[in-house]
Design a binder for this molecule. Sequence first.
Ligand code: ADP
Length: 220
Amino acid sequence: MTHENKYIVIIGLGRFGMALCHELSQEGAQVLAIDIDEKNVRKAAEFATEAIVADCSDEETISELKLDDYDLAMVAIGEDVNASILTTLVLKEAGVKTVWVKAKDKFHAKILDKIGADKVIQPERDMGVRIAHHMLDQHIFEFIDLGCDIALAEVAVSDKYLGSKLMEHPCAKRSDINLLALKRGVEVDKYPSPEATFDKNDMLIVTGQKDKLIEVLRRL
Ligand code: ADP
């Protein structure tokens, strides 16, 4: 699937914004990269569709950029909370359809929520949650809290299930756990047969109510 008809603005090219910019460009999206710091803009220009130096907390600058033609803007200014809040306000007032914002902490997140950010992301906190589960149970490779008490996890199939059928796995036996896919290296089987037999290094992608999911995954 190509993403060349996706138009995305990234404001703030620190480590997070730059990584987004690079990955989105690799995926074929049309990326406009903006930062107040010329050095970062020069680096982003190596892969983004367009890269410009601008102060995005300035109303006039934003209106000149005509960002309302874009599908999504990400405000990836972390440290300077004032600039992040102002930029979010200016983007919303300029009519940018969807504004996602990176928050530094929960107070920053609360303000962003109140002023109308469409999605607030706390990468350090979210990554901390994911890594914690992997540290405690190393067979849990990913653990993502999807909100509303639902979580998604990627879990290694332990050697004791090698050669046994998918339907014999504890995740398949539980009616409150949804088995979304069987991952085999780079191959993802989205509709695995209950009769499929497990190979070495197989992974399962599952969802369920957060506490129930943790309880099942820990015992695997
Ligand atoms: P990270 O933790 O991802 O490295 P930082 O907060 O360190 O994030 O980086 C944020 C980036 O946002 C910096 O490159 C900074 O120059 C840029 N920035 C800060 N204020 C503005 C602004 N008003 N307009 C555009 N870019 C800004």
